[in-house]
Ligand binder design. Structure first.
Ligand code: NAD
Length: 272
């Protein structure tokens, strides 16, 4: 029988259960005439939890425009995962019915500078966080060229709408529906007293606005981009904006509504 023409890449964590699901899924995909191709996929399936989908995003971040993602969770349902591990047949069926429909969400573009030179560009699906290594971070926060505040504290996180339910929420930030194209700045343990002052609440910044963080100390800072961590010396500035690319998820009948995910993760069943 002719193959479906759809190239599927699979990325799985090393847990035994995920490896077994990966083996079963590959077998089912082959039986149903899909092409297994990790280098140039149309659809990427991550097996594991939200962290695995974050890793899949970073593995394929240079191919975002042509790849759609779908997550299989080996535990409870995650934020980026639509299928549980016992739903492989449902996933295969939906892949067979798939007509290319997608659901797209904004991601974050992060530019890191030394002096006037841009040294690297990174993309985040959840958030980017800057902290000073072992000391109070002191940094100017500039929003759309307005010198907004001088921050003192542990650090600052800038999150995407889909990342608003992750670290941002633990920092007291708001939950944003992922169709709202905006970024959120959340403080990590700011110093607020008679001498030092920050806004204290999280700030939601619209599409096209630029956020700049300018550390006053040119020493070592810790930058976290989703589940990746970097120590970088001599950062003069970091710029944050919504990226021109988006992440695309496979839109199938199993794509869980955002409010159901939030309810499932944080509230549970509501007693009538
Ligand atoms: P991990 O294994 O420690 O996962 C952290 C938890 O965050 C997991 O339960 C995961 O399901 C959940 N999570 C991830 N993305 C989410 C999202 N968009 N919405 C709601 N929950 C989400 O770490 P990891 O797998 O390496 O994932 C890294 C992410 O963990 C980071 O991007 C950060 O957002 C989050 N994190 C949260 C805290 C915190 O809340 N205090 C601290 C560190 C990291």
């Amino acid at each position: 029988m002719k193959n479906t023409g759809k190239r599927i890449g699979i990325i799985s964590n090393r847990r035994r259960q995920s490896q077994e699901i990966c083996r079963q899924l590959k077998q089912k995909l082959k039986q149903n005439h899909f092409i297994l191709n990790d280098n140039n996929p149309d659809i990427v399936i991550s097996i594991g939890g939200d962290g695995m989908l974050l890793s899949a995003f970073h593995k394929y971040e240079e191919q975002l425009d042509k790849v759609r993602f779908v997550g299989v969770h080996t535990g409870h349902l995650g934020f980026y995962t639509d299928y549980r591990d016992f739903e492989l047949d449902k996933l295969i069926n939906n892949l067979k019915l798939d007509t290319g429909a997608k659901v797209s969400y904004p991601i974050l573009n992060v530019k890191i500078f030394h002096g006037n030179n841009e040294i690297c560009i990174k993309r985040a699906l959840n958030e980017a966080t800057i902290k000073r290594s072992g000391r109070t971070m002191v940094a100017d926060v500039i929003i759309n060229q307005v010198h907004f505040e001088r921050f003192r504290g542990d650090g600052i996180s800038v999150s995407t709408p889909t990342g608003s339910t992750a670290y941002n929420k633990s920092l007291g930030g708001a939950v944003l529906h992922p169709t709202i194209e905006a970024l959120q700045i959340a403080e990590v343990a700011s110093l607020n007293n008679r001498v030092f002052r920050t806004l204290g609440s999280s700030i939601i910044v619209p599409k096209k606005d630029k956020i700049e963080i300018v550390p006053t100390w040119n020493d070592r800072h810790a930058i976290s981009i989703d589940n990746q961590n970097f120590m970088i010396n001599n950062i003069s500035k970091i710029e944050f904006q919504i990226d021109q690319h988006k992440i695309n998820f496979l839109a199938t009948p199993s794509h869980t509504s955002f409010w159901n995910r939030v309810k499932d993760a944080f509230i549970g069943e509501v007693e009538e």
